[in-house]
Design a protein around this ligand. Structure first.
Ligand code: GDP
Length: 367
């Protein structure tokens, strides 16, 4: 593109290459007299927000800005990727602003999981990560579960202030905002955009009843998210679409499970024991002997062990080993972005492998 076009909606520089990035407009729209980016187009015509991604630098600018404003911060995380979708450092920037922590995608939890245990774990984990939310909620933005409750909580905690919604990409922030939009605006072209100072990033302002705003900030890319390492087409494989069905494996020592080619679980010692896998129903689980596992992975990654896809193998991060000894029965081994395995028996020794940069950790079982 030789000529530089500017969106008449938000003033961002128009680009036609990358749909996910800010300022995208289809090539065909460049012939028009008034050019708008796709994000403004959707906002104007459908009252619908669309997420754009953010560089780390812009992220810091936005965090800085959040600290200066007197507002309620609503932080959204994906309960299947709690640590991967965490915004590190948020607590250092928000100052005295109150925070609500919202775990999205609760519709995917199997019935055996106790929501209260998950909320307690989220509270604990948030505290360890330095964040002290006023309250923690679980919602399903997609299904609308608990949206009314959260909207009410937002309204009560904001105490007449603006509300800033923050979250990593893929946590369901757009879906959440679009839900809230329906609750608070109804019909009409009432949404506006404005800028964060010092960035080219427009934020979306949804007016609230008292003249204040609910503000949608751009989605932040967190490099610890499993989602960034796989092909977009495979996102639907790792992201559960329906309530997940736990799969039980009775394993002997020296057996290995592969979750596609994304993660590996070695049962090292502890006698015959059962392991309950909570991952997307779409992920293929392969059982094999530990002694053959490394060789199998080298020969079949990108084919039988997929995702990742064959053409991605070269750029896919190596799997890194983490060893755990389970001290208490009923412990979850969490593979961030993928799900978790519940171990029933104490004294079990295991090794898990996840792509470099992705988290693996233990927590008390949610069941
Ligand atoms: P954003 O990048 O944070 O704005 O995320 P999106 O709103 O685009 O959602 C990311 C993915 O998560 C999409 O595939 C959504 O369909 C899915 N999603 C969002 N909210 C929910 C939810 O409550 N439950 C389920 N099962 N999926 C959800």
């Amino acid at each position: 593109m030789s000529e530089q076009y500017i969106c008449i909606g938000c003033g961002v520089k128009i680009q036609t290459e990358n749909k996910e990035q800010i300022g995208y407009a289809p090539k065909s729209s460049l012939d028009k007299e008034e050019i708008v980016c796709q994000r403004c187009f959707r906002l104007k015509h459908y009252n619908e927000v669309q997420d754009v991604n953010l560089t780390d630098d812009d992220f810091l600018k936005i965090l800085n800005e959040l600290g200066k404003r007197d507002a309620l911060i609503v932080k959204i995380v994906d309960i299947f990727d709690f640590n991967g979708s965490w915004l590190p450092g948020l607590h250092r920037f928000v100052g005295d602003n109150p925070i609500l922590l919202i775990g999205n995608k609760v519709d995917l939890l199997p019935h055996s999981v106790k929501p209260n245990k998950l909320i307690n774990w989220m509270k604990q984990e948030a505290k360890e990560l330095g964040l002290k939310p006023k309250d923690v909620f679980l919602v399903s933005a997609e299904k609308g579960h608990f949206i009314k409750e959260v909207t009410e909580a937002i309204d009560s905690y904001r105490e007449g202030k603006d509300v800033y919604v923050v979250g990593c990409t893929n946590v369901g922030k757009s879906t959440f905002i679009n839900r809230i939009l329906k609750e608070v605006t109804g019909e009409g072209d009432v949404i506006t955009t404005s800028h964060f100072p010092g960035t080219t990033l427009d934020i979306i302002e949804i007016p609230l009843a008292d003249g204040k705003f609910l503000v949608d900030t751009p989605g932040i890319i967190n490099h610890h998210q499993m989602a960034h390492y796989i092909d977009k087409r495979d996102l639907k494989v790792i992201t559960p679409k329906k309530e997940i069905k736990p799969k039980i494996y009775q394993l002997n020592e020296g057996q290995t499970l592969f979750f596609g080619g994304l993660a590996r679980f070695d049962y090292i010692s502890g006698g015959r024991s059962s392991f309950v896998c909570h991952v997307s129903n779409q992920i293929q689980i392969h059982r094999t002997k530990l002694e053959k596992a490394s060789d199998l992975y080298e020969r079949h990654k990108g084919e039988m062990l997929t995702p990742p896809r064959k053409e991605q193998i070269d750029s896919f991060p190596p799997l890194i080993k983490h060893e755990f000894t389970i001290k208490e029965g009923k412990t979850d081994i969490v593979f961030s972005g993928l799900g978790w395995i519940t171990v029933n028996d104490p004294g079990v020794k295991v090794a898990v492998y996840v792509p470099k940069g992705v988290y693996a950790m233990l927590r008390k079982s949610l069941i």
